[in-house]
Design a protein around this ligand. Structure first.
Ligand code: PGA
Length: 248
C-alpha cells in the first residue's frame, strides 16, 4: 500500500548551521512519537550531506540537473545528490517551472536521471489561478503528468511520488479546500490507473501542497486520496511543522 509522507520544502531558506540545528531539533522532537507518516525535509543542496549523515530523517534535494555530468557550471547532478545520502528529490516545483524555465521535456530528463541514481522523485504538478478559472485545471495537470512521466514503465512509475500543488495556493495562505484537493487527487489517481493499472494507481502516494499547515492538515489528510503534504512555509519552524506531521 502507498505510504503517507509529510515532506518539508525549505526553498532558499536557512544557512548550513541553521539547517543542521533544525534537523536535530526536529528529530529530537519526533523521538518517541508514534508517527503515521514518513517525514522528509527538502533542503538546499549544501545541507544534504550533513543532515543525511547526522539524522535518520528522510532528506530531499529540491532539484537536480537534467544532464548526467560534465561542463555544466553550477549544476548538481542526480548522482551527486544520491552520494550525499539523500533519498528524494523534489522535481518540477512551480517555482522551478516559472522562474527557471523548466519545461515538461527538461523535467522528463531529470526524472530519468533521478530514477537511474536510485532517488525517489517528488514530482510537482498543479494549475495556475487563471487555468482554474478557465476550468482547464484537470487538463493542465494531466498534461504535466503525461509529458514528464507517462513514458516510464509501470515498474519505474511505481517509484514516483506526486505532489499536487495548485500554484494559486503556494505561499499565498490560500489553501485548496479539502473538496477541491480530494477531487484533483482522485482525478490524478484515475489518470494513472487509465495509463497503467489500478494497482499502480493505488500504490502511488499523492501529496497535497499549497499553504498546508497545522490548522488544515488533519482535514486534508483525512481525504481518501490525499497521502500527505509538501509543506513550504510551515516546514521552516519545528513548532509549526510538527502539527502538520501529526495531521495523520
Ligand atoms: P507553501 O509552499 O506551503 O509555503 O504554500 C508549498 C510548496 O511550495 O511546496
Amino acid at each position: 500500500m502507498r505510504k503517507n509522507i509529510v515532506a518539508g520544502n525549505w526553498k532558499m531558506n536557512k544557512n548550513l548551521q541553521e539547517g543542521v540545528a533544525f534537523a536535530k531539533e526536529l528529530e529530537a522532537a519526533l523521538a518517541g512519537k508514534e508517527l503515521k507518516c514518513d517525514v522528509v525535509i527538502g533542503t538546499p543542496f549544501i545541507h544534504l550531506a550533513s543532515i543525511a549523515s547526522s539524522t535518520k530523517l528522510g532528506v530531499a534535494a529540491q532539484n537536480c540537473a537534467d544532464k548526467a555530468s560534465g561542463a555544466y557550471t553550477g549544476e548538481i547532478s542526480a548522482a551527486m545528490v544520491a552520494s550525499t545520502g539523500a533519498k528524494y528529490v523534489i522535481l518540477g516545483h512551480s517555482e522551478r517551472r516559472t522562474y527557471y524555465g523548466e519545461t515538461d521535456a527538461i523535467l522528463k530528463e531529470k526524472v530519468l536521471l533521478a530514477l537511474a541514481n536510485g532517488l525517489t522523485p517528488i514530482f510537482c504538478i498543479g494549475e495556475t489561478k487563471e487555468e482554474r478559472e478557465k476550468n482547464i485545471h484537470f487538463d493542465v495537470v494531466k498534461t504535466q503528468v503525461e509529458k514528464a512521466l507517462f513514458d516510464l514503465s509501470a515498474e519505474d512509475f511505481a517509484k514516483i511520488v506526486i505532489a499536487y500543488e495548485p500554484v494559486w495556493a503556494i505561499g499565498t495562505g490560500l489553501t485548496a479546500t479539502s473538496e477541491q484537493a480530494q477531487e484533483m487527487h482522485a482525478y490524478i489517481r484515475k489518470t494513472i490507473a487509465a495509463k497503467y493499472n489500478n494497482e499502480v494507481a493505488d500504490n502511488t502516494s499523492i501529496l497535497y501542497g499549497g499553504s498546508a499547515n497545522g490548522g488544515n492538515a488533519k482535514e486534508l489528510f483525512a481525504c481518501p486520496d490525499i497521502d500527505g503534504g509538501l509543506i513550504g512555509g510551515a516546514s521552516l519552524d519545528v513548532e509549526k511543522f510538527i502539527p502538520v506531521i501529526e495531521g495523520f
